[in-house]
Design a protein around this ligand. Structure first.
Ligand SMILES: [Zn+2]
Length: 459
């Protein structure tokens, strides 16, 4: 039970201690599938992650060590200074002087499509069509956004964002490191994600130690999610913990890269090797004298218990993810508004386990979604999230500032009954100002030139 509660990274530490303490426990340095036990020549396991004829998610255990993207060190002072300014407004202030009158609405249109990681989810062609502008004009505005602070914001993918951030450091790092980091990000991004430094070194024909140094540099100085350090989920204290989000316990991707097919759900297990009771130690047990036997057999029993508990943990995590991935497909592919909150009790019933088992399995775990966004597993059970999203949308579409009371009434019409105080709490979590302040701001923004778009609070 205590294994189930630990995220993969912490479990690994616990097991490492146990390995050091108990000579009957052995880590075999060999790639085996934690699901079926077969020796693996490739990942994922061809049996456990076999393509399915149906739409059901393919959930499998993976002995891969969690990848090690940690968010760049947060500069607390900086974050606090800007925490109250919505991201789009913050960027528009920086690039405003460089924009022509015609480009301003285009910039606002693009900024409205930044996701909470600061990445641009839309396409330049779509912006050009919507804004009746040329593609080159859109590209120019997009480039201005991408070179504003935080660096890499407005990029289309984490990879592009990292490259833009690297460009912004051109003057402050040695050219050799710059070129190597650039080559790795540009051409070997997938291998970098897998931490396959040996392969990168071979392909680039440089020593492995240099590749490792460049990977460390990238990890410490760049972040694939430029806005996360200062905006977005990070502002919501109850759901996010930056340290827990650097090493996901689970990763979801698409089968064959196609978003129409089944989801591939990879549940990480600790270590790249596998644990077993040492056969040599068991053999020694048969030969030893009576005095030692008791002590040694206790060690064997303890080792057997640990491997069994680990299997149980893996099994429970896999079944839990099967249910979550099936029930929450639209949230996994879409956004917060598509969340259909599950209760721990529902899931416990479906898996025929006690509710506390589900709580332990969810605790402290994080999950990487196909978009690259990493969220706590607890988010799938967050009943307030979809309500928060509705509050945000009501305010975005208000024709005049709605009071918390009026929002509560509007929610009640949608069948969601929450108190005014709860609305106020969610509104604060979303960084939306009270109605009277919004009204005052709306007055000032009407005084601005007509082409200056009114900014909505960041989501
Ligand atoms: Zn397998």
């Amino acid at each position: 039970m205590s294994f189930l509660q630990l995220p993969a990274a912490e479990l690994e530490t616990t097991l490492a201690k146990e390995l050091a303490r108990n000579p009957a426990l052995e880590l075999v340095d060999e790639l085996r599938c934690p699901g079926c036990g077969k020796r693996l020549l490739q990942r994922p396991c061809p049996t456990c992650a076999a393509p399915s004829q149906t739409d059901h998610p393919i959930v499998y255990l993976s002995p891969r060590e969690p990848r090690a993207y940690s968010p760049a060190e947060l500069e607390t002072e900086y974050r606090d200074a800007y925490a109250h300014v919505p991201l789009d407004e913050y960027i528009l202030r920086q690039i405003g002087p460089q924009l022509t009158r015609a480009e301003r609405p285009m910039a606002a249109y693009i900024l409205a499509q930044l996701d909470e990681d600061g990445l641009f989810a839309g396409s330049p062609a779509e912006v050009a069509a919507a804004q009746r502008a040329s593609l080159s004009a859109v590209e120019r505005v997009l480039a201005l956004i991408q070179h504003a602070d935080p660096p890499g914001v407005g990029a289309r993918t984490p990879q592009e964002s990292l490259l833009v951030q690297l460009d912004s450091l051109t003057d402050s790092i040695p050219p050799a490191m710059l070129n190597l980091a650039h080559a790795i990000l540009q051409n070997h991004f997938e291998l970098l994600g897998k931490q396959d430094y040996a392969q990168i070194a071979r392909r680039l024909r440089v020593p492995r130690s240099l590749v490792e140094a460049a990977a460390r540099f990238i990890q410490r100085n760049l972040t694939p999610y430029p806005a996360r350090a200062f905006w977005g989920e990070g502002k919501v204290p109850e759901t996010e913990d930056a340290s827990a989000l650097s090493d996901p316990d689970i990763s979801i991707s698409f089968f064959n890269q196609s978003s129409g097919g089944p989801l591939m759900v990879e549940v990480f297990t600790p270590f790249s090797g596998w644990l077993r009771v040492s056969p040599d130690f068991k053999a020694a047990l048969a030969d030893c004298d009576e005095a030692d036997r008791e002590k040694l057999s206790a060690a064997v029993e303890q080792a057997a218990l640990i491997t069994k508990c680990l299997q149980q943990r893996n099994h429970t995590m896999r079944r839990l993810m099967q249910i979550i991935a099936e029930e929450q497909r639209s949230f996994i592919l879409g956004g917060d508004r598509d969340l259909r909150p599950l209760t721990r009790a529902q899931v416990a019933k479906a898996l025929a386990v006690h509710e506390s088992t589900i709580s332990r399995a969810v605790a402290g775990k994080s999950i990487a979604l196909p978009s690259g966004r990493i969220v706590p597993l607890a988010k799938f059970f967050d009943r307030s999230l979809s309500v928060r999203d509705r509050v945000r949308r009501l305010v975005e579409h208000e024709t005049r500032p709605l009071t918390d009371d009026e929002i509560a009434v509007a929610l009640a019409r949608e069948g969601i009954h929450v108190a005014r105080r709860t609305v106020a709490k969610y509104r604060n979590m979303l960084g939306i100002l009270p109605a009277n302040v919004r009204a005052r701001l709306a007055k000032t923004s009407r005084a601005r030139p007509a082409s200056m778009p009114a900014l909505t609070p960041a989501s």
